[in-house]
Design a protein. Structure first.
Length: 158
């Protein structure tokens, strides 16, 4: 219970259909969002407004990249990405411009075991799914990194 409450106080968007479902969360100090009309349709519309507004935009290799659930927007085009690719991209996006080792990326892959070849395979599939392979740079003998635009380097600490 404590772990769930702590997670909900973080970057989770707690959307409730109305005050009856919101009150228990608010009593735990969790910020909630509710539609003006307490119905499922307005709840979905609220989600469709709030979630994109919270998306983190990364300036990568001259492109605008937004990570969304099970897909990525590249310059406004929705690109479905397999779970392994999303795991890799999520890790790279936590430290944009920084090199992430193959070993660290391997640990992020679901059920990958100990073979670093799994990272190379997942990375190739991720690059293909993004439709712009140059978004992710291979750093020889070190790992991979997002190819941040030069103006973004100082903002993200690269």
């Amino acid at each position: 219970r404590d772990g769930l409450v702590a997670a909900l106080r973080q970057k989770v968007l707690a959307v409730c259909v109305g005050p009856v479902t919101a009150l228990p969360l608010q009593a735990e100090g969790i910020e909630t969002y509710q539609p003006e009309r307490f119905r499922l349709g307005p709840l979905v519309q609220l989600l469709c407004t709030e979630l994109p507004a919270r998306a983190r935009v990364l300036p990568v290799a001259g492109h605008r990249v937004e990570i969304r659930g099970h897909a990525v927007l590249v310059d406004g085009a929705l690109r479905p990405v397999p779970p392994a690719g999303m795991a890799l991209l999520g890790l790279l996006a936590r430290r944009p411009g920084w090199v992430v080792s193959r070993a660290e990326l391997l640990r992020a892959l679901p059920g990958a075991g100990r073979d670093e070849h799994a990272v190379e395979t997942a990375m190739a599939r991720l690059r293909a799914a993004l439709g712009a392979p140059h978004l992710i740079q291979t750093v020889v003998k070190r790992g991979y990194r997002l190819s941040l635009d030069p103006s973004a380097d100082s903002k993200y600490g690269a």
